[in-house]
Design a protein around this ligand. Structure first.
Ligand code: CA2
Length: 152
């Protein structure tokens, strides 16, 4: 069994199609590129990566439940559910580790319906508009967001 801290990076709906359209908004990288960037970042710190994407809200809820007591940190791009899901808001209250909310685009500079987030009240840090680099920054912020940065 791995003794290394595990960083969860969870992605919501449509992000599996990253790179197919709107590169001016989301960048030209794919989800596989994003996973590799996250893997390299966690590996550099000696951490394991649990990277997931789903188009099913219940699957994301159960993934959050699964890691709630064990993850070193949760980096969450809930995509459109960010703006709609009280269920995700409620599930995040059960998570022991710091949660970093990430969005590839600057949601505050876009349509009004993207300005509200049900994730933000549960997030220790919110990163928007930095593209894939935002995921790297989120992972690297985790030790500073924990009360016990080194213990995993
Ligand atoms: O900017 C972000 O990361 C978002 O979470 C992305 C969501 C959007 O609903 C949020 O408001 C902001 C949309 C993800 C769409 O995924 C794509 C799929 C194919 C091509 C481009 C993006």
């Amino acid at each position: 069994m791995s003794q290394r801290p595990v960083v969860a990076v969870f992605n919501g709906p449509n992000l599996n199609l990253l790179g197919e359209r709107q590169p001016e908004v989301y960048g030209s990288g794919t989800l596989a590129d994003l996973r590799e960037l996250c893997r390299a970042t966690t590996e550099a710190h000696g951490w394991d990566l649990d990277f997931r994407q789903t188009n099913h809200e219940g699957v994301l809820l159960e993934a959050i439940h699964e890691i709630r007591h064990t993850a070193y940190g949760l980096v969450l791009n809930a995509a459109a559910w960010t703006h709609t899901s009280v269920a995700i808001h409620d599930a995040l209250a059960l998570v022991r580790c710091p949660v970093v909310e990430v969005h590839l685009s600057d949601v505050h500079a876009r349509e009004a319906f993207r300005h509200h987030s049900y994730v933000t009240p549960r997030a220790a840090l919110v990163i928007v508009g930095r593209g894939a680099q935002g995921y790297v920054d989120a992972i690297e912020a985790l030790p500073g967001l924990r009360s016990d940065p080194g213990t995993g």
